[in-house]
Each structure stands twice: as C-alpha cells, then as structure tokens.
Design a protein around this ligand. Structure first.
Ligand SMILES: C[S@@+](CC[C@H](N)C(=O)[O-])C[C@H]1O[C@@H](n2cnc3c(N)ncnc32)[C@H](O)[C@@H]1O
Length: 196
C-alpha cells in the first residue's frame, strides 16, 4: 500500500492535471497522469505479489513512478522507469527524491523501442505510453513465469485490439478491471509441476 506522504503528492499532481484540463491549455503542454485509484492498485498489486523486477513505460511526471517505486521499496526490488520527455522525467526525479523513493528507481530517458531490448526478465510491467505502441511494446517484454503486465486506458480509449492480442497468446490469463480509465491485467502463467 502507499504511505500517506505518497498519497498526498499523488493527490497534488492529480489536482494540477485536473486544473490544466479545465483551463483547456494545449494538449501538448498538459500533464497526462494516472488516476490515483489506479496508482493505489498498482502499488498494492506489485508489492503484494512480491515483484522485484519492475518496469514502467511512460513514467511522465511520476504518479505511477511513485506507486511502483513504493512497491519496489517494500519488496526489496527496483523499478526501471522509461520516459521519452526529459522535462517530465526531471520533474519525476525531483518528486521521488523528496519522497526518498529515488533510490529504488533506475531512470531511462528515451524511446522505449530502443530501451526495451536491453531490459532483462521482469516480474511486473506497467504500460502507459502512446496507445498505438501497446502491442509492439507488449511483445518486446520478457516476462518471468507468473509475471504481470498492467496496461492503462483500456476502457477510456477502447483498446480492444490490445485486449484481443494479449488474450490470444497461449499461457496467458487476462482481465479488464474497471479502475481509473480501465486497466488490463495480464498474467503469464507460471510453469506448473503439478500432475493433474
Ligand atoms: C499518459 S502519460 C503517462 C502517465 C504516467 N504513467 C503517470 O502515472 O502519471 C504517457 C507518457 O508516455 C510517454 N511516452 C510516449 N511514448 C513513449 C515512448 N515510446 N517511450 C517512452 N515514453 C513514451 C509520454 O512522453 C508521456 O509522458
């Protein structure tokens, strides 16, 4: 679970996003952030499953980064946070520093398409970048048996193609959760030694 200090910062970032939306400033200047309930869920899920090797694609100014770094702190793991916009990532770094969570994050500034081939096996991945890249980046992830992939904006952006794509893969279980803008939770089934 998140701590109160982390929830407070997430609430502040979320208020700023809502104010920017109301002022109708150009889309390119607005902060695009994850809903606080989704952040709470990500932290609880990653920490609760003991995920140690955690990745996010599209960290932006840091709501999901706070959630996943807090999970990494709790599991003794590390978060790799990939973000293509240097200014957004610089803000995230500063925010995480004030929460003393920066020690649990390896920041990568650049295009995930270039970074992903260098990323080792993962226990947990969060996908929150441009929607047209979801399938391509999902296919580039190296997930451990039992690993989890969460993708945002599934309901808000009607990402039916992504959902169909992940669900047709053998050895996968996947469900859409009505949290925030809709999260697709996908599990790479663990190899089983049970004889049935
Ligand atoms: C919806 S925002 C992410 C919000 C963030 N997860 C949060 O919790 O506030 C999407 C982010 O993905 C980044 N992005 C888009 N394409 C990318 C790519 N190919 N590689 C890395 N980051 C990318 C954008 O710059 C943007 O900051």
């Amino acid at each position: 679970m998140l701590r109160d200090a982390e929830r407070d910062v997430i609430a502040r970032l979320w208020r700023r996003k809502l104010e920017q939306d109301e002022r109708d400033i150009p889309q390119a200047q607005r902060h695009r952030n994850l809903e606080p309930p989704s952040a709470e869920f990500l932290c609880a899920l990653a920490a609760g499953t003991g995920a140690k090797r955690i990745l996010e694609i599209g960290g932006s100014s840091g709501i999901s980064t706070i959630a996943l770094a807090a999970a990494a702190q709790q599991t003794g793991g590390r978060l790799t946070s990939i973000e293509i916009e240097p200014l957004r990532q610089a803000e995230s770094r500063e925010t995480l520093r004030t929460l003393a969570l920066d020690a649990f994050v390896d920041y990568v500034c650049g295009d995930a398409a270039q970074a992903l081939p260098g990323i080792d096996e993962l226990d947990f991945a969060f996908v929150d970048c441009e929607k047209e890249d979801y399938i391509r980046f999902f296919e580039m992830l190296r997930m451990a048996p039992g690993g989890l992939v969460v993708a945002d904006n599934i309901v808000s952006h009607k990402l039916t193609e992504y959902v169909a794509h992940v669900r047709q893969r053998p050895g996968i279980e996947s469900i859409t959760l009505e949290i925030g803008k809709g999260l697709e939770l996908t599990r790479f089934c663990a190899e089983t030694t049970r004889s049935e």
